[in-house]
Write a protein that binds this ligand. Sequence first.
Ligand code: ACO
Length: 325
Amino acid sequence: MVKTGILGQGIYLPPKKLTNLDLEKIVETSDEWIRTRTGIQERRVVSNEKTSELASKAAINALENSKIPASKIDLIVVATASPDSNFPSLACKVQKAIGASKAFAFDINAVCAGYLYALTTAKQYIQTGMANYALVIGAENFTSLIDWQDRNTCVLFGDGAGACVLGPVTSGGILADYLMAFGSQCDLMHVVAGEKRSPFHPDTTQSKLPYVVMHGQELFKLAVASMADAVDEVLKKAKIKKEEVACVIPHQANDRIISAVAKKLNIPKEKIFVNIEKYGNMSAASIAVAMYEAEESKRIKKGDYVVLVVFGAGLVSAANVVKWS
Ligand code: ACO
């Protein structure tokens, strides 16, 4: 089996910021409520960019930082729950934008857990020799799925993209993977009005835009339990003790969820990377951007054991242990 690691990372965030104070003008909410209940201060929102443009820009940044040319990429996997359209896949659009002409390419939808689902999937192709270099991207235009009259959801989400190039490494790399799904909980967060129905069904209306509905409190509890379990399981697989972990990078849905996971795992909060204050929940892009910023700010460095952990609508959860290389 080929040892696989992260060779370089990239991000792209749309420049437009939407602060909590801006949201006070849209729905009945307050900066104080949003900050204390979630930790979010502002988020990025697209102006007119499509998800494929965010994905392509993050991909170009990751190729530059890994010093791997697009012509060497064998596989492109994009994690997204908010693609430009049903098809073609974002992965094919990215392939066109970057000129990775020899790659095979497809999308994965595991909502907020998508980036680690994509990372683990791409790793399998490299480990088994079917690909040498893979581009993994998490990209979302999640604000397009939001009902901007619903204060329960509209304060939480943002747009952005992150990416990495995976390839063979001589030591370290991705040591263990954990993927799980709890489909019985799929109604806790879902998109309505965009559901595919027969055009002849009496309930079908073409005028309604799709929007997210969410049962926040139930999700909160399951997020804490499933992320803590995922960390325990993946550390067991990697045969690494909690004390050896230099940094945990979790999905950024709510700072209170992150604190509760740290407490449940008995891991000091200082070891957990948090950047939710700047971006809110960008679904599949959240952990990708957090991983980039953790490396950029030197919170993680070569040789560190890093735990990545996510949960998302579905419900789905995933985790990886990486020895940073
Ligand atoms: N501003 C002001 N008040 C608000 C707002 C708001 N934006 N939103 C809700 N409230 C009110 C409610 O109406 C309620 O009022 P009431 O007591 O008069 O009924 C009160 O605040 C408390 O509401 P709760 O739902 O109990 O608030 P809670 O502390 O649970 O926080 C939150 C809500 C932030 C949504 C939290 O439950 C959460 O983060 N859940 C997890 C959600 C999540 O992670 N979703 C992403 C899933 S991952 C993916 O796949 C995308």
